[in-house]
Ligand binder design. Structure first.
Ligand code: ZN
Length: 196
Protein backbone atom coordinates (compact mmCIF):
# COMPACT_ATOMS: atom_id res chain seq x y z
CA UNK A 1 0.00 0.00 0.00
CA UNK A 2 1.41 3.40 -1.02
CA UNK A 3 2.23 5.82 1.82
CA UNK A 4 -0.54 8.41 1.26
CA UNK A 5 -3.13 6.02 -0.09
CA UNK A 6 -6.32 5.48 1.87
CA UNK A 7 -7.38 1.95 2.70
CA UNK A 8 -10.55 2.44 0.65
CA UNK A 9 -8.59 3.50 -2.42
CA UNK A 10 -6.18 0.58 -1.99
CA UNK A 11 -8.99 -1.96 -1.69
CA UNK A 12 -10.80 -0.46 -4.65
CA UNK A 13 -7.71 -0.87 -6.85
CA UNK A 14 -7.22 -4.41 -5.61
CA UNK A 15 -10.82 -5.25 -6.49
CA UNK A 16 -10.47 -3.70 -9.94
CA UNK A 17 -7.44 -5.94 -10.57
CA UNK A 18 -9.04 -9.13 -9.28
CA UNK A 19 -12.45 -8.56 -10.87
CA UNK A 20 -11.24 -7.03 -14.14
CA UNK A 21 -13.09 -9.45 -16.37
CA UNK A 22 -16.29 -9.35 -14.29
CA UNK A 23 -16.20 -5.53 -14.28
CA UNK A 24 -15.41 -5.27 -17.99
CA UNK A 25 -12.03 -3.61 -17.40
CA UNK A 26 -9.71 -4.28 -20.38
CA UNK A 27 -6.02 -5.04 -20.15
CA UNK A 28 -4.04 -1.83 -19.72
CA UNK A 29 -2.97 -1.44 -23.37
CA UNK A 30 -6.06 -3.10 -24.88
CA UNK A 31 -3.58 -5.31 -26.68
CA UNK A 32 -3.37 -8.92 -27.88
CA UNK A 33 0.14 -10.26 -28.58
CA UNK A 34 0.89 -13.42 -30.54
CA UNK A 35 4.45 -14.70 -30.27
CA UNK A 36 6.57 -17.86 -30.32
CA UNK A 37 7.01 -20.15 -27.31
CA UNK A 38 10.80 -19.83 -27.78
CA UNK A 39 12.55 -19.22 -24.46
CA UNK A 40 14.80 -16.54 -25.96
CA UNK A 41 12.00 -14.07 -26.58
CA UNK A 42 11.55 -11.72 -23.63
CA UNK A 43 8.13 -10.58 -24.76
CA UNK A 44 7.57 -7.94 -22.10
CA UNK A 45 11.02 -6.35 -22.45
CA UNK A 46 10.97 -6.45 -26.24
CA UNK A 47 7.59 -4.74 -26.46
CA UNK A 48 8.00 -2.60 -23.32
CA UNK A 49 5.08 -4.29 -21.57
CA UNK A 50 4.36 -4.68 -17.87
CA UNK A 51 2.15 -7.12 -15.99
CA UNK A 52 -1.43 -6.19 -16.77
CA UNK A 53 -0.70 -4.58 -20.14
CA UNK A 54 -1.68 -7.27 -22.65
CA UNK A 55 -3.19 -10.65 -23.40
CA UNK A 56 -0.24 -12.73 -24.59
CA UNK A 57 -0.59 -15.91 -26.65
CA UNK A 58 2.48 -18.07 -27.25
CA UNK A 59 2.73 -21.14 -29.46
CA UNK A 60 5.31 -22.85 -31.65
CA UNK A 61 6.28 -20.18 -34.17
CA UNK A 62 3.89 -17.43 -33.09
CA UNK A 63 1.56 -18.61 -35.86
CA UNK A 64 -2.15 -18.05 -36.42
CA UNK A 65 -3.99 -21.24 -35.46
CA UNK A 66 -7.60 -21.96 -34.56
CA UNK A 67 -6.85 -21.25 -30.90
CA UNK A 68 -5.25 -17.90 -31.78
CA UNK A 69 -8.43 -16.98 -33.66
CA UNK A 70 -10.51 -18.18 -30.70
CA UNK A 71 -8.48 -16.18 -28.17
CA UNK A 72 -8.22 -13.03 -30.30
CA UNK A 73 -11.93 -13.08 -31.06
CA UNK A 74 -12.82 -13.43 -27.37
CA UNK A 75 -10.52 -10.65 -26.16
CA UNK A 76 -11.62 -8.28 -28.95
CA UNK A 77 -15.35 -8.90 -28.73
CA UNK A 78 -15.68 -9.22 -24.94
CA UNK A 79 -12.66 -7.60 -23.27
CA UNK A 80 -12.22 -4.39 -25.31
CA UNK A 81 -8.92 -5.31 -26.95
CA UNK A 82 -8.27 -2.91 -29.84
CA UNK A 83 -4.85 -3.86 -31.24
CA UNK A 84 -2.94 -6.99 -32.27
CA UNK A 85 0.85 -7.37 -32.38
CA UNK A 86 2.56 -10.44 -33.84
CA UNK A 87 6.16 -10.99 -32.75
CA UNK A 88 8.04 -13.57 -34.80
CA UNK A 89 11.78 -14.11 -34.45
CA UNK A 90 14.99 -15.11 -36.21
CA UNK A 91 16.41 -18.63 -35.73
CA UNK A 92 12.91 -19.98 -35.04
CA UNK A 93 12.64 -23.75 -34.67
CA UNK A 94 9.72 -23.67 -37.11
CA UNK A 95 12.26 -22.98 -39.88
CA UNK A 96 14.22 -26.18 -39.21
CA UNK A 97 12.31 -28.91 -41.08
CA UNK A 98 9.52 -29.62 -43.54
CA UNK A 99 5.99 -30.51 -42.48
CA UNK A 100 6.10 -34.00 -43.95
CA UNK A 101 9.40 -34.72 -42.16
CA UNK A 102 7.83 -33.65 -38.87
CA UNK A 103 4.73 -35.80 -39.48
CA UNK A 104 6.86 -38.83 -40.28
CA UNK A 105 9.02 -38.36 -37.19
CA UNK A 106 6.04 -37.84 -34.89
CA UNK A 107 4.24 -40.91 -36.22
CA UNK A 108 7.39 -42.96 -35.68
CA UNK A 109 7.89 -41.62 -32.16
CA UNK A 110 4.28 -42.04 -31.05
CA UNK A 111 2.97 -44.90 -33.14
CA UNK A 112 -0.19 -42.93 -34.02
CA UNK A 113 -1.61 -42.11 -37.44
CA UNK A 114 -2.05 -38.36 -37.40
CA UNK A 115 -5.13 -38.29 -39.60
CA UNK A 116 -6.99 -40.59 -37.19
CA UNK A 117 -6.58 -38.79 -33.87
CA UNK A 118 -8.77 -36.12 -32.25
CA UNK A 119 -6.77 -32.89 -31.87
CA UNK A 120 -8.80 -31.54 -29.00
CA UNK A 121 -9.70 -34.02 -26.21
CA UNK A 122 -12.95 -32.13 -25.66
CA UNK A 123 -13.89 -32.12 -29.34
CA UNK A 124 -13.85 -35.69 -30.59
CA UNK A 125 -14.69 -34.70 -34.19
CA UNK A 126 -11.93 -32.10 -34.42
CA UNK A 127 -9.51 -34.08 -36.61
CA UNK A 128 -7.04 -33.55 -39.41
CA UNK A 129 -8.09 -34.75 -42.80
CA UNK A 130 -5.42 -36.83 -44.55
CA UNK A 131 -4.48 -34.05 -46.95
CA UNK A 132 -3.83 -31.48 -44.20
CA UNK A 133 -1.64 -33.51 -41.84
CA UNK A 134 1.70 -32.15 -43.01
CA UNK A 135 0.43 -28.58 -43.23
CA UNK A 136 -0.91 -28.70 -39.67
CA UNK A 137 2.61 -28.33 -38.23
CA UNK A 138 2.90 -25.03 -40.10
CA UNK A 139 6.63 -25.35 -40.72
CA UNK A 140 8.04 -22.16 -42.27
CA UNK A 141 10.87 -21.15 -44.60
CA UNK A 142 11.31 -17.40 -44.28
CA UNK A 143 10.44 -15.60 -41.06
CA UNK A 144 9.83 -12.22 -42.72
CA UNK A 145 7.34 -13.77 -45.14
CA UNK A 146 5.83 -15.70 -42.23
CA UNK A 147 5.30 -12.50 -40.25
CA UNK A 148 3.52 -10.86 -43.17
CA UNK A 149 1.40 -13.98 -43.72
CA UNK A 150 0.29 -14.01 -40.08
CA UNK A 151 -0.93 -10.43 -40.38
CA UNK A 152 -2.86 -11.32 -43.53
CA UNK A 153 -4.36 -14.43 -41.92
CA UNK A 154 -5.78 -12.38 -39.05
CA UNK A 155 -6.66 -9.39 -41.27
CA UNK A 156 -8.77 -11.60 -43.53
CA UNK A 157 -10.48 -13.59 -40.81
CA UNK A 158 -14.20 -12.83 -40.45
CA UNK A 159 -14.04 -12.95 -36.63
CA UNK A 160 -11.41 -10.17 -36.47
CA UNK A 161 -12.98 -6.72 -37.07
CA UNK A 162 -11.42 -4.76 -39.95
CA UNK A 163 -10.75 -1.67 -37.79
CA UNK A 164 -8.37 -3.50 -35.42
CA UNK A 165 -4.74 -2.50 -36.19
CA UNK A 166 -2.55 -5.58 -36.74
CA UNK A 167 1.24 -5.27 -36.97
CA UNK A 168 4.07 -7.79 -37.07
CA UNK A 169 7.65 -7.41 -35.89
CA UNK A 170 10.72 -9.62 -36.00
CA UNK A 171 12.70 -10.12 -32.79
CA UNK A 172 16.34 -10.73 -33.64
CA UNK A 173 17.84 -13.19 -31.17
CA UNK A 174 21.30 -12.16 -32.44
CA UNK A 175 20.98 -8.55 -31.31
CA UNK A 176 17.99 -8.51 -28.97
CA UNK A 177 16.45 -5.81 -31.18
CA UNK A 178 13.19 -5.75 -33.11
CA UNK A 179 12.43 -4.67 -36.68
CA UNK A 180 9.57 -4.69 -39.15
CA UNK A 181 9.34 -7.68 -41.53
CA UNK A 182 11.60 -7.24 -44.56
CA UNK A 183 13.43 -4.22 -43.13
CA UNK A 184 17.00 -3.86 -41.94
CA UNK A 185 16.54 -0.99 -39.51
CA UNK A 186 16.16 -2.26 -35.95
CA UNK A 187 14.94 -0.70 -32.73
CA UNK A 188 16.88 -1.38 -29.57
CA UNK A 189 15.08 -3.12 -26.75
CA UNK A 190 15.91 -3.26 -23.06
CA UNK A 191 17.42 -6.75 -23.19
CA UNK A 192 20.50 -7.25 -20.98
CA UNK A 193 23.62 -8.25 -23.01
CA UNK A 194 23.86 -11.69 -21.38
CA UNK A 195 20.40 -12.57 -22.66
CA UNK A 196 21.02 -11.66 -26.28
ZN1 ZN B 1 10.22 -19.70 -32.61
Amino acid sequence: MAHHETLESFLSKEEDWIYRRQKGIPNDKQLFVLTCMDERIPVEEALDLELGDAHIFRNAGGLVTDDVIRSAALTIHFFQTREIIILNHTECGMLSASGDAISKAIEEKTGVTLSEIALDPALENFRLSGADVHKWWKMQENIDETARAQVEALRNHPLIPSDIPIHAYIFEVESGNIRRPGEIHTVKTAIPPGKR
